[in-house]
Design a protein around this ligand. Structure first.
Ligand code: GRF
Length: 203
């Protein structure tokens, strides 16, 4: 697979930073071609620029429809020959215009063990539900919310005195470890999609 990555963010960008660090550290053989944020105040934009990576703001509110916005994003990514799109805290649900342009070439990271606790505030949902284990999921993106084939997961314990924030911190440490590994796995190839399972080729 083409090793040019496009990273979409909306905020803090700590997962973006983990990807940057993994590339620098030789743990991920890829290149971030562009970072795009739908919010001008996303701190991740500064992280990108500090690393010498092109960083764009494309505010969804400036486009009349979701389709037009997504077509604009696709145009920016194609112009930079992006082969894999990594969503890293990008807070927009993507529709067929975007997903259809990069079939099985979009990854997302979600702070729960899917299919438990999709959507917003996954860590709060886990604490409130009373599960004893939660974690992180990296998955391929289709048009369902947090629903595509799973690439990697890692579990963390949920402790009796956890709050949403303490659990989020424990999960985040795993996110930063797992996301670059999952990206490396997808880029390396040797996998195929069987139903909704991502499995090693030849199985
Ligand atoms: C992470 O918890 C990620 O799992 C979720 O949004 C958060 C983004 O954090 N999708 P950051 O912007 O990467 O720091």
């Amino acid at each position: 697979m083409n090793r040019n990555i496009g990273v979409l963010i909306s905020g803090r960008g700590s997962n973006l930073q983990a990807i940057i660090d993994a590339i620098r550290g030789g743990r991920l053989d890829a290149r971030i071609a562009v970072v795009i944020s739908n919010r001008a105040d996303a701190y991740g934009l500064e992280r990108a620029r500090a690393a010498g990576i092109e960083a764009l703001v494309r505010d969804h509110k400036a486009w009349p429809t979701r389709e037009a916005y997504e077509a604009a994003l696709v145009g920016e990514l194609r112009a930079r020959e992006v082969g894999l799109v990594c969503l890293a805290g990008f807070m927009r649900l993507l529709g067929p215009t975007f997903v259809g342009a990069f079939p099985n070439r979009i990854l997302n990271i979600h702070p729960a063990l899917l299919p438990s606790f999709p959507g917003m505030h996954a860590q709060r949902q886990a604490v409130e539900h009373g599960v004893k284990i939660s974690g992180v999921t990296v998955h391929l993106v289709d048009t369902t919310l947090d629903g595509g084939p799973i690439v990697m997961q890692a579990a963390v314990p949920v402790l009796d005195d956890d709050t949403e924030d303490t659990l989020a911190d424990r999960i985040l440490a795993e996110e930063h470890r797992v996301y670059p590994e999952a990206i490396a796995r997808v880029i390396a190839g040797g996998w195929r999609i069987d139903g909704r399972r991502l499995v090693a080729e030849g199985r």
